[in-house]
Write a protein that binds this ligand. Structure first.
Ligand code: FES
Length: 105
């Protein structure tokens, strides 16, 4: 199972193993980590699953137009912003690190 490191707004980090085929958002929500709210349940329509993806990562699909448009309205969006429900994990993703902003609530 791919390992995902979540850096939370309080500065703590959590290493989780998340099954392939699940999203970075799923891993957080199913393990009750705070910060990724995921109001729409992964439907790419709320942007409360906003994360910052570590630089240089190329193993996720590029964001769709829908995701890009939502991110334009996300608070504190940066060039490496992604919606974590759209980051689907494969073995190649193991070791990926995401930072959860303090603004998803
Ligand atoms: S959970 Fe709503 S956009 Fe990701």
């Amino acid at each position: 199972m791919p390992k995902v490191t979540y850096q939370l707004p309080d500065g703590t980090t959590h290493d989780l193993e998340v099954p392939c085929g699940q999203s970075v958002m799923d891993g957080s929500v199913r393990n009750n980590l705070p910060g990724i709210v995921a109001e729409c349940g992964g439907g790419c329509s709320c942007a409360t699953c906003h994360v910052y993806l570590e630089e240089g990562v190329s193993f996720f699909d590029e964001p769709t137009d829908e995701e890009r448009e939502l991110l334009e309205f996300a608070e504190d969006a940066r060039p490496n912003s992604r919606l974590s429900c759209q980051l689907i994990l494969t073995e190649a993703c193991s070791g990926v690190r995401v930072t959860v902003p303090d603004s998803n609530g």
